[in-house]
Write a protein that binds this ligand. Structure first.
Ligand code: ADP
Length: 225
């Protein structure tokens, strides 16, 4: 990511305002747009520029110079028509990367059809993540790669400690891959070899199909579901 990269965040609800604030605090230029004056006032410190405007009007977006932005995030979650119209407009204005927030699967499909380069589902993803935490005791974190494949961070259990990755045979038994080990001191060993022993306090970062990961976790905890 180039340091001078500029972001337009359209819709400053909970998602948009947190996104704008984080990017702005990292030093990026952020243009925030919201139709609601109160939201605009609330976000004065979270953006480089914040403008009160109805983003469904393409001329307005054009006059704000949105076409010059490399990335636009359309974070209008609960107004399907507005979010689709804005996604279409920013794409037509030539923004190379348009990321749109969807609140349902149907909404997501619509956003893809009208040209979003990427569709995000924050509520769904957070729900899935939390469910995995709750259902599988060892899971520390969870990142969806595709709906069926994830990267998870899992605590190691006493029966693993002192054994090498080769001993554990995770690939052969469960078809999952350890892509990194986070050691107790915070160091991360990327692409660990088969001779690497697992130590107490290690966290395994594992890539695999969700069902494979689940089977591995169930075998570890002896739970039968
Ligand atoms: P969240 O769940 O992130 O809070 P919302 O869908 O509730 O998301 O918030 C969307 C934001 O987008 C609101 O602040 C709303 O005022 C803004 N918004 C809705 N329609 C438009 C529009 N046409 N132009 C600009 N901003 C809009």
């Amino acid at each position: 990511m180039t340091p001078d990269k500029e972001f337009a965040v359209i819709g400053l609800g909970r998602f948009g305002s947190n996104l704008a604030e984080t990017l702005h605090s990292m030093g990026y230029n952020v243009l925030g747009v919201d139709v609601d004056t109160e939201k605009v006032q609330d976000n004065v410190d979270n953006c480089t520029h914040v403008v009160q405007a109805d983003a469904t009007d393409e001329d307005t977006l054009n006059s704000l110079g949105v076409s010059n932005f490399e990335v636009a995030v359309v974070s209008i979650g609960h107004n399907l028509e507005a979010s689709a119209l804005v996604t279409l407009s920013v794409k037509e204005l030539g923004v190379p990367m348009v990321i749109s927030k969807a609140s349902t699967e149907t909404h997501g499909k619509l956003l893809q059809r009208v040209g979003a380069d990427r569709v995000v589902f924050p509520e769904r993803d957070m729900g899935v993540r939390l469910a995995n935490h709750l259902a599988l005791d060892n899971i520390v974190d969870f990142l969806e790669v595709t709906p069926d494949v994830s990267i998870i961070e899992a605590n190691t259990t006493p029966q693993m400690h002192g054994h090498t990755l080769r001993d554990l045979q995770l690939r052969a038994k469960y078809d999952i891959n350890v892509v990194a080990i986070r050691r107790d001191n915070g160091e991360v060993e990327v692409s660990p070899g088969g001779d690497d022993p697992v130590q107490e306090g290690d966290i395994l970062i594992v890539l695999g199909e969700n069902e494979a990961v689940r089977q591995w976790q169930l075998a570890l905890t002896g739970k039968n579901r």
